[in-house]
Design a protein around this ligand. Sequence first.
Ligand SMILES: NC(=O)c1ccc[n+]([C@@H]2O[C@H](COP(=O)([O-])OP(=O)(O)OC[C@H]3O[C@@H](n4cnc5c(N)ncnc54)[C@H](O)[C@@H]3O)[C@@H](O)[C@H]2O)c1
Length: 308
Amino acid sequence: MHVVVTGGAGFIGAALTNELTARGAKTTVIDDLSHACVDLVDPAATVRTASVASRRAVEAAFPAHVDCVIHAAAMTSVAACERLPDESSAVNVLGARNVIEASVASGCRRLVFLSSGGAIYGDRVTQATEASTPRPLGLYGKQKLKSERAMLNADLPCAIVRLSNVYGPPQVHYGQGVVPALIAATNARAPFTVNGTGRQTRDFVYVDDAVAAILDVMDRGAGHVWNVCSGASTSVLDLLRTFEAVVDRPVPFTFGALHRWDVDFSKMSNAKAKNILGWHPNISLSTGLKRCIEYAVPPPPPPQKKRP
Ligand SMILES: NC(=O)c1ccc[n+]([C@@H]2O[C@H](COP(=O)([O-])OP(=O)(O)OC[C@H]3O[C@@H](n4cnc5c(N)ncnc54)[C@H](O)[C@@H]3O)[C@@H](O)[C@H]2O)c1
């Protein structure tokens, strides 16, 4: 089985590539390395540097025989999407179209698109299911929604994965989001900035759980939209309290401004993936945070034995 992972040198893409390689698949990563950490990618994978925004570059980078494509490449910074509307549209919308065309041309049998539940559903006080009407607040969510539609109209079976907030170890060094920001502030012994009131909620799902779900969708989820999330809404202040319990000390914090594209309440249901795919998240928030902290701060070396 040969799988192409676009954005395969990024946080989730590298985790997917490495799991696929571990399961015995041949993997090709297509990534422009603009927000990547190529050292994370298993050396058994082939890495081709190309931007999905260029049709010609994608076609040239695509290998001849592909069984499946996971499209994870994207301009993932919500702020950058707002600041650079044309560039972000070229990557997030045109890029998806280019990947669809290259996938069809390669004879690929399945395509999986990584979309965003948080950005597409917008503010929710009740759990959003895959059937809920999308209400994206910012450009990033609107671009993801456009690409979802292109994927579902493509000439090959396609599955959409709407991820909630994925967090996990490698992200803490170069990623964005509230968990890396919390760990960076703690390591720098600086106060953590809570944007808004801190009562806004997010759904945190650990990267290994997300990867397991995406691969289940790749195997058995074509033609459908799938929410991949923990199903639990956690406020930023609750995240902070869980973090403090893990590190066993108080973390100083201040309040900052909320961005206009930030949703207040993110709430998603994972019932469909649980009931149909039999997938369920395994890693609790405190276990996941503990793993991130251990990754970000390696334990001190064992004490040297004194010479007699
Ligand atoms: N991390 C999350 O919480 C989350 C939530 C919802 C959806 N997603 C989606 O999952 C996917 C992966 O996200 P991530 O967290 O790993 O982000 P990431 O930024 O770590 O990875 C994105 C990858 O895409 C690459 N890339 C960017 N522009 C490109 C281009 N023009 N051509 C080729 N490659 C390009 C980057 O170099 C990077 O390796 C993205 O599509 C993102 O929108 C992520």
